[in-house]
Design a protein around this ligand. Structure first.
Ligand code: F6P
Length: 549
């Protein structure tokens, strides 16, 4: 038994049943599954909102899915889900509610934290953001010298960068093309330099995004940005017209010198990696406008409602979460690829890396004990078809099992001209061909039938049997983006719930931060740092030598 009264996951009958089922499954090939069930291609599909989800090319039968759902029931995934939606403090190590779903709840919804309905506050901030975004977009909000704002630079890192940066890229076709929107995150000064070198300070608005407003990278970059601005405009009063803050920490914002009237707030029940639909999305809202932003929120909400109410058999986030568990815990898969066939989704997987790996990269369970099962996978991937000419070789013929999600759209983005739109079928032909090749491969007999010399037959054979999910939507819209992100958020939730880990803390990032602070004086002043290990000491000495110190 766990301290929280649960039997350890891998000792439950549901887990044991899955392990046994896996052994029986050993020799089953997707070719056999499709041969046995002609209806599989259309039967193993689900629809949520605009997303058509095909899971037919997975190493599962009805029995597998039933056993996985039993594991979900035994671990009370839906119980924890309901507690999350109710605003209970399910982030136990930080004693916080987990309510990103409240950020996209309709105005009349009632969601309470500590007896207070948080929804009116959410909409008050959204309205304030909308008013500000409209003033910037219309030119009514001007810089210190009276010039209109033409450049927006978001300064933030992690959840205060990846979400808006990803969504800005995804929704580029919906943005005001007269605005330059950039994202600075890296404490490497090169990032800020490249983002600002061709901008006119008098036309530039900095959005300093930081939940805590203590993150060293962001505070450092924001301080440098302020110097850059003042070096040109020369008047402290300019800061008020060129800097706004997105934060939960009004005190620190004021300390930094940003008027809290220019602060857009959010709350401690919004995790950083779940926050781009909060005030953290201000840069995106300025780029696409408040109406499109609200469409995106509606997309999120649609999938929230699906996750909250759909029965287990047709609950898409539950299904995707359980499929990941099937491969990670019963097939030893170590990673999960997300492969979007849309150039606009170029930052989508990088965004999911934080969402998934910061949430579920944990070896300690909710009960404070080490888990004895695999938890979160390595999430990786870039848009097709580029990946096909880089690392797909390993997915097809390597020695590792890599389940993958393929995300594609029937329609090209509307603003492409006819000639470029004509390329879309070729893009999507690759999309469909890849999951086909991964699932069914090519047998030695098929290779021989092509007249391939015997010594090359093994090299040209594709074993296949590589599982994929296909997610297809008609077109890429703000709502569809919201739907996709919510789908992955809830998938990650499901997995954390089954593994009995707290998906909403991130203690694992703290040690590196503390050590960086400690090491810095050794680099700058050659200070003795107590407890510095021999390897790091030698590296620091080499660094100082190379810098001529
Ligand atoms: O270091 C990790 C982290 O805490 C993330 O969880 C968070 O998204 C990021 O840093 C940025 O934090 P903040 O928004 O407080 O600057």
């Amino acid at each position: 038994m766990n301290a929280d009264g649960r039997t350890r996951l891998n000792q439950t009958p549901e887990w044991t049943a899955l392990a046994k089922h896996r052994e029986e499954f050993a020799d089953t090939h997707l070719r056999d599954l499709f041969a046995a069930d002609p209806g599989r291609g259309s039967g193993y599909t689900l629809q949520v909102g605009d997303l058509f989800v095909d899971y037919s090319k997975h190493l599962v039968t009805d029995e597998t899915l039933r056993l996985l759902r039993e594991l979900a029931a035994a671990t009370d995934v839906f119980g924890l889900r309901d507690a999350m939606f109710r605003g209970e403090k399910i982030n136990t190590t930080e004693n916080r509610a987990v309510l990103h779903t409240a950020l996209r709840a309709p105005r009349d919804a009632v969601i309470e934290v500590d007896g207070e309905n948080v929804v009116p506050g959410v909409h008050a901030v959204l309205d304030k953001m909308a008013g500000f975004a409209e003033r910037v977009r219309s030119g009514e909000w001007t810089g210190h010298t009276g010039k209109r704002i033409r450049n927006v630079v978001n300064v933030g890192i992690g959840g205060s960068d990846l979400g808006p940066a990803m969504a800005y890229e995804v929704l580029r076709a919906f943005t005001d093309r007269d605005l330059t929107v950039r994202f600075v995150s890296n404490v490497d000064g090169a990032d800020l330099h490249e983002a600002t070198r061709d901008l006119d300070p008098s036309e530039t608005l900095f959005i300093v995004a930081s939940k805590t407003f203590t993150t060293i990278e962001t505070v450092t970059n924001a301080t440098s940005a302020r110097q850059w601005l003042l070096a040109s405009l020369g008047d402290e009063a300019a800061v008020a017209k060129h800097f706004v803050a997105l934060s939960t920490n009004a005190e620190k914002v004021a300390e930094f010198g940003i008027d809290t009237a220019n602060m857009f707030e959010f709350w401690d029940w919004v995790g950083g990696r779940y926050s781009y639909d909060s005030a953290i999305g201000l840069s995106l809202m300025i780029a696409i406008g408040p109406d499109r932003f609200r469409e995106m929120l509606d997309g999120f909400h649609l999938v929230d409602e699906h996750f909250r109410t759909a029965p287990a058999e047709s609950n898409v986030p539950l299904l995707l979460g359980l499929l990941g568990i099937w491969y990670g815990n019963f097939h030893d898969a170590q990673s999960h690829a997300v492969l979007p066939y849309s150039h606009y989704l170029s930052k989508f997987t990088a965004y999911l890396q934080q969402l998934d790996m910061e949430s579920n990269g944990k070896y300690v369970g909710r009960d404070g004990r080490e888990v004895q099962w695999q938890t979160g996978p390595v999430v990786w991937g870039t848009p097709g078809t580029n990946g096909q000419h880089a690392y797909y070789q390993l997915i097809h013929q390597g020695t590792k099992l890599i389940p993958a999600d393929f995300i594609g759209f029937a329609e090209p983005v509307a603003e492409l001209g006819d000639e470029l739109k004509a390329q879309h079928d070729l893009l999507m032909a690759n999309f469909f061909a890849q999951t086909q090749a991964l699932a069914f491969g090519k047998t030695p007999e098929e290779v021989r039938a092509e007249g391939v010399p015997e010594e090359l037959v093994a090299h040209k054979t594709f074993r296949g049997n590589h599982p994929t999910t296909t997610i297809l939507a008609r077109e890429l819209t703000p709502s569809v983006l919201g739907q996709l992100v919510a789908l992955y958020e809830h998938k990650v939730f499901v997995q954390g719930a089954v593994w009995n880990i707290d998906s909403f803390d991130q203690w694992g990032v703290e040690l590196g931060k503390v050590l960086a602070k400690r090491v810095e004086p050794a680099l700058t002043e050659g200070a003795e740092v107590p407890g510095l290990d021999a390897s790091t000491q030698a590296l620091v000495a080499k660094y100082r030598e190379l810098r001529g110190r």
